[in-house]
Design a protein around this ligand. Sequence first.
Ligand code: ADP
Ligand code: MG
Length: 457
Amino acid sequence: MNQTTDREIWTSVLAHIREHEPDKCRQWFEQLDPVDIRDGVFRIKTLTTVHKDYLNSQCQSIFDDALRAVTGRLVSARFLQQDEPDTLPTNKQAHAFIEPRPSINNRTDQLNLSSLILNPDSSFENFVMGPGNRLAHAAALAIAQNPGNAYNPFFVYGDVGLGKTHLLQAICLKIIEYNTDARIRFLSCESFMTQFMESVQIGKMAEFRDHHRDVDVLVIDDIQFIANRARTQEEFFHTFNSLHQLDKQIIISCDRQPEEIPDLEERLISRFKWGLVAELDAPCYETRVAIVQKKAQLRALDLHEDVACFIAQRIDSNIRELEGAITRIQIQAMVDSAPITLDLARLALGEPAPADQAVLSIQAIIDATTAYFGVRMADLQSKRRPRSIALPRQVCMYLARKHTRHSLEEIGGYFGGRDHTTVMHAIKTIDNHLIENPDVQSAITVLERQLGRSATN
Ligand code: ADP
Ligand code: MG
């Protein structure tokens, strides 16, 4: 088989995925190691078992489609572990690879005891720390380094999309990194309940118990679904005790604090609080910008800082929605075959571009703002920093950013050649004021009205 051709096909496959599945494409795909194509199978070595399992469960069809599009033949991808022998499969085996494969943890015929497949992206390295998650992050790291002994159980709670599942997976990935033999069961509370009920129905309770108690780490995601489930609570109570007695790590996530789970047995509430209860709070503006940048980097996407700031400004709570926004922007760029600019991002997120309205100039903003605060334009452009001038200047920068098409650099240039980080700082300062400072809130409202821009524009 011609190595050059295989390599070329591989390069084209990656390019195809990048172009057609931009949101699913990951930078680490570049680090996969193509072996060869034979008998309709393209064999690809992966970085770790976690990557292999993830590719098998989440990316098989993306690679198969790309391979077929690139080669024009019925070729299927097969992911190998680094240390898996390079020997060729027989034709019969090769065929089996195309069949859907059962989950790795599906050990029994009748009882489905599958665990969640870890996502290699949900690592500590990819988890952006900020004031809202500092404690939970530090505790999670301590647990990963010393499972069973740091905080047991670890109970992390917070609203949807704030990183609970990510943090839980990060702990597991780190534990596996330190100890590849660690036995980890990671499942949603719903899976735990379903598996429990099935095991009762088909008389396989012993199997269910062994499966969940003979482990080093048990992770139950979204435990709130255990509310009102008396029998599952009873079973979980015993599972908990048996693991805890052996210093096995228990990790739980929830959308609320233990005592707020409706109809949760007192004895479970108290156990959930034995270790550490940590909250995940909504991310602040800078954390959101950093998360958007991190997600873009993971997707090998070159996202200008302007656009990252725009997304972070537009979406201020749920991180999953930040990712959704990146996806919408990527798809818009794909449909338009255009580079990602601020205007394209605005369009993708359904915000009318400033051009759709009467064009607002920075000068109009400066005129209105200087009149409102009773300062002179020359003051705003000077290097002086007294608060009486700094605030109007920040308001101008904020309004210019929000209501004109000028880039951060251009706006900085207007105000005495300040650089883009100064403008970002100004926007953040006003964003913070808008939460807690009624004077600034009313200044912005009045000015936006004067300039013909309602607060939602
Ligand atoms: P939850 O389980 O709390 O609903 P997830 O863990 O599923 O939320 O997070 C939603 C998305 O946001 C995931 O893609 C996750 O990687 C991302 N995310 C959440 N918090 C962070 C963070 N601090 N840094 C980077 N990505 C994050
Ligand atoms: Mg979750």
